[in-house]
Ligand binder design. Structure first.
Ligand code: FAD
Length: 382
């Protein structure tokens, strides 16, 4: 593979720390968490203690003020490990930025240090049973009543949904204003009228708590508005490129891991009295997979560089997500095939990755929505 030039010794040292953390704090517990459908709170506190959450948050709010590559390293090592249930990246790189970029000084002081410590676990709630891709069609409503909002509605598919202590909720504050009527409001664990529904049974990501959330006359102080009323949709659009880049980062690294697992497997496995690796079909397949992984890596690393300089636009982020997730699913499917029946067994990391990463083409905006974002800039509207 072409050597990567993004990282310095500090990043590589962190990579080692993350690997040790995974071996000590995640691997021994993972099959229990998969059965439970949720990871422990202790692993969040341990991650906070080890300085692995929200590393980029400024020191004024308890973070390390590190460059964003530190977040990338953590996401890469978690991706490579195959332990998908641990929702650190969602918390650190998708939810925390909403607080830092749009929160009031008081909100930042109140929440960010606790996010960094892993004492408060976060989620972002946009999707509803009848509105996922079409976010402007969301029905959850926040009505003003004195100095409170009264919230009614329902969200679904919310990652970290059972554990979350703080939820960035997208809802309509003005139902007649389309996208301009959407706002983001901070919902705290225990607020009256806020209930969690089922921890949803998924095809993969078995240790990840993905949940329904219900709001029934949930009264929230207006001080919990995040950013400006009516700007919620704009705020989400501004943050989605980073979310999509992180999905691409994960996809690129899982592709490389899958290739490693599969190369080792075909070299070990004997069929018809010789190594599976010695069949031309195997070599051709491995060559195709390696090429796909290398091309994806090159584009994703360019997008990381663009993001670091603040130049990653929505279209490049959409291309990174579209290409990396679609390619990942092709690669994983071929890797399962090369493993034969073992590739379908949960104890094999390739089986888990195949099931887990199918969602990458759906969550964070589907592939079709990515194509819309890219394609509409290429044609004149009629
Ligand atoms: C494991 C998992 C975790 C998730 N975590 C979260 C979370 O933490 N927070 C959150 O808010 N959401 C989360 N989601 C929800 C996710 O973002 C949505 O599932 C996704 O946006 C798609 O919405 P939908 O499921 O309603 O599908 P739909 O929007 O109903 O789409 C159905 C099909 O129609 C296609 N389609 C839709 N619109 C168009 C169009 N304009 N042109 C062409 N085709 C179109 C889609 O591409 C798809 O193929 C999660 C989902 C999963 C599976």
């Amino acid at each position: 593979m072409i050597p990567r030039t993004l990282f310095d010794d500090g990043h590589e040292n962190l990579r080692e720390t993350v690997r040790r953390f995974i071996a000590k704090e995640i691997a021994p517990h993972y099959s229990t968490w998969e059965k439970d459908g949720v990871v422990s709170r202790e692993v969040w506190l341990a991650a906070g203690e080890a300085g692995l959450l929200c590393t980029w948050v400024p020191t004024a709010y308890g973070g390390a003020g590190a460059d964003f590559l530190y977040s990338i390293v953590i996401a890469e090592e978690l991706g490579r490990s195959g332990y998908t249930g641990v929702g650190f990246s969602l918390h650190s790189d998708i939810v925390a930025p909403y607080l830092l970029h749009y929160g009031s000084e008081e909100q930042k002081q109140q929440w960010l240090p606790r996010l960094v410590a892993g004492e408060v676990i976060t989620a972002v709630a946009m999707s509803e049973p009848a509105a996922g891709s079409d976010l402007q069609g969301m029905k959850t409503r926040a009505r003003r009543d004195g100095d409170e909002y009264v919230i009614n509605g329902q969200k679904t598919f919310i990652s970290n949904g059972q554990l979350a202590d703080l939820v960035v909720l997208a809802c309509k504050t003005d139902p007649d204003a389309g996208g301009k009527g959407i706002s983001q409001i901070l919902i705290e664990r225990g607020m009256p009228g806020f209930e969690r529904g089922r921890n949803l049974e998924k095809v993969g990501y078995h240790a990840q708590d993905t949940s329904e959330l219900f709001f029934s006359d949930c009264r929230v102080p207006m001080a919990n508005l995040l950013g400006v009323e009516g700007q919620g949709f704009v705020q989400m659009v501004q943050q989605l490129p980073q979310e999509r880049l992180m999905i691409a980062v994960r996809s690129a690294v899982v592709m490389e891991a899958a290739l490693q697992w599969t190369t080792a497997y075909v070299n070990e496995r004997e069929v018809f009295g010789r190594s599976l690796a010695n069949f031309q079909n195997t070599r051709f397949k491995l060559a195709e997979l390696k090429t796909k992984a290398a091309v994806t890596r090159a584009f994703v690393d360019v997008c990381i560089t663009q993001h670091l300089s603040g130049d990653l636009d929505a279209i490049d982020a959409a291309m990174a997500k579209l290409h990396s997730t679609e390619t990942l699913c092709e690669v994983l499917d071929d890797c399962v095939q090369l493993h034969g029946g073992y590739g379908y067994m949960w104890e094999f990391p390739i089986a888990r990755a195949w099931a887990d990463d199918r969602m990458s083409r759906i969550a964070g905006g589907t592939s079709e929505i990515m194509k819309e974002i890219i394609g509409r800039t290429m044609v004149e509207s009629s």
